[in-house]
Write a protein that binds this ligand. Sequence first.
Ligand SMILES: [Zn+2]
Length: 407
Amino acid sequence: MTVVNRFFNYVSFDTQSDETATATPSTAKQMVLAKALKAEAEAMGLTEISLDEHAYLMATLPANTEAKIPTIGFIAHLDTSPDMSGANVKPRIVENYDGKDILLNEKENIILSPSMFPELRNHIGEDLIVTDGTTLLGADDKAGIAEIMTAVQYLIDHPEIKHGKIRIAFNPDEEIGMGASKFDVEKFGCEWAYTIDGGEAGELEYENFNAAGVKVRIKGRNVHPGYAKNKMLNASLIALQLAGMLPPQERPEHTEGYEGFFHLTGMTGTVEEATLSYIVRDHDQDKFERRLKRLQDITAYLNTIYPDDTVALEIKQQYRNMREIVEPKKHIVDLAENAMKEIGLTPLVRPIRGGTDGAQLSFKGLPCPNIFAGGLNFHGRYEWIPVQSMEKAVKVIVKIVELLNKI
Ligand SMILES: [Zn+2]
């Protein structure tokens, strides 16, 4: 079976996760795909296959040499984003793409256009898998699953490639930030692993944000406005004052690369009380802590000019940059980089401006950089993936396994 056949099969399963659910998996339908993959792993002759009640599927491709080679793993996630329906996905291949607009849905006039998505022009002449405009595609991350399964089958079919023990895992609920939560790192038993969950071919990521959520609560004092002189404290205005004390250039809409930010995600306000919700992000740990300190300093200052319990700050740590775990073991990244170069692909090593399952796994003891799966425009109707990028991902996985035997 080709990687495309597998992909078309997997996207026929609706596996949308649900951020309001508390169970794992967050939706029972993810287990349906997990069971189908388990049957497929059995049919391929993989060993140590386990599927737990939380829909974490693991399997082994046994070593075919006596040589002492580290056990490594490849991981992808079962679920698709809650942002858009993943039911009745109708993928279609646009062969030999000509660089023009692609009409996804004639009835609703939905067009995938290089004027909106210029990356399309980098894939002229390739075969693009697109949606019918009514659902997401699910390349995030069923492309990753298809690529891992196809690479494993390739290794089975080519016993001349000598390799150590290879583990694979498919987990639920990545899109709701819970993918690593019940991942049994000990059972997986790998020295390190790679998530196959990135975008454009060549992407390789081992740095992500340090992240915190911050809630600011402001207590006002409401008095009849006609008689409010020297008495009223307007919580909404104090909230605006606080927001105005943060540097406007350090917002998501003005930052990129390694630049961190304060992002106001929501606010409520009356005279009596107001709240501000922020997320704070920075790759650099020191800068990250200084950002949080800055919010604390502003709070302290406001409490000197207003009654001292007017502004209250609540900081919740969310996730950390995996770089501190992965960097001391840089050979993990180098191996993936070399594999890409060997198949003629230029590695695009970039900091993730977000978090990943791999970051959480890294802090649970499984260093886990992220490798491209090939898809673009995740989480929406304009999602697409070049067949050629999927084929490259398969080659990168095989090459990593092959190179590992030589170092
Ligand atoms: Zn993903």
